[in-house]
Every structure is written in structure tokens, then in C-alpha cells.
Ligand binder design. Structure first.
Ligand code: NI
Length: 157
């Protein structure tokens, strides 16, 4: 027989005969196009090409970035949400897409003026921007696909 009960104090929910710990992860996917050049200014073009290959092209090149933002926390007993995904979508739009989409990251996004715009560094920058705006009780993880096969994840610290 199905029954449903919530213990508010313990953040536990009982469905059927299982008692669940209510930590759940919600995800929002987003997309942006951007150009970049990977290089270390201390190295000459030959050394940059050796390390970064085609990504060190001095004339830049673009990627179709796929961003996945994951937020983990307790399920609010009032709403049934970890976080309102409408709010998360707007946050990603305002904090990330407005600044990055259809931009040259090296030339047009100030944080990358002296920071190599690798997928690793972009994911950390995105995490920093979102962390400030998301409830401290929620865990945040950012996954960034630079190509369908190459992707990075940053969870803070
Ligand atoms: Ni590249």
C-alpha cells in the first residue's frame, strides 16, 4: 500500500516503504558559442603550437560550448524543489551567456585578458560567478563541454 509522509526536521521523506535522504541534484544545460586562443605569453609561437596545437592559432577559432550546471541540496518540503530551475536558467543567462556568447573570450571578456581560456579555467570562472548567487546551503558543480568528447568538471576548492 502506498503512503506518503514527511519528517520536516530530519529532511527525510517516506515513499512507499523506503525512507529517503532528501539530497537531490538538479541540472540545467546551457549553450554558448565563443572564440578563443590558447597560449602562454612566455612562450614563442612554436612552443605554443607544440603544447596547444590548433587551439594556439593566433587568429582564434570557435567552439560550441555546452554548459551543465548541477545544484545539490535538500528538497524544500514546501515546493518540492532543490532550487527553482527558472531562477537557475535566468542566473546562467545573466551571469554567463550575456558575457560569453558570441564573444572572443581573450579579447572581449576581461577575466581572460591574463588567464588562458582553457575549458578548465572557463569552468572555474563560471563556478565563481554562479556561486555568489546561489544559496550557501546548496552545492554547486559546473561541467563544460568544449567538444562533444572533451569536457571538464569543477566543484569548487
Ligand atoms: Ni580551442
Amino acid at each position: 500500500m502506498f503512503f506518503w509522509g514527511i519528517c520536516y526536521g530530519q529532511q527525510l521523506i517516506k515513499t512507499s516503504k523506503i525512507i529517503h535522504n532528501m539530497k537531490v541534484t538538479v541540472h540545467r544545460k546551457a549553450h554558448f558559442n565563443a572564440a578563443h586562443r590558447l597560449f602562454n605569453p612566455k612562450w614563442d609561437d612554436a612552443k605554443n603550437f607544440e603544447i596547444f596545437g590548433k587551439c594556439s592559432n593566433p587568429f582564434y577559432h570557435g567552439h560550441n560550448y555546452e554548459l551543465i550546471v548541477a545544484v545539490t541540496g535538500d528538497v524544500d518540503p514546501e515546493t518540492g524543489f532543490v532550487m527553482d530551475l527558472k531562477v537557475l536558467r535566468k542566473l546562467i543567462e545573466n551571469e554567463v551567456l550575456k558575457e560569453f556568447d558570441h564573444k572572443n573570450l581573450n579579447e572581449q571578456v576581461p577575466v581572460f585578458e591574463n588567464l588562458n581560456p582553457t575549458a578548465e579555467n572557463i569552468s572555474v570562472v563560471v563556478w565563481d560567478k554562479l556561486r555568489k548567487a546561489i544559496d550557501k546551503n546548496l552545492e554547486l558543480s559546473v561541467t563544460l563541454y568544449e567538444t562533444p568528447r572533451n569536457y571538464v568538471t569543477y566543484k569548487g576548492a
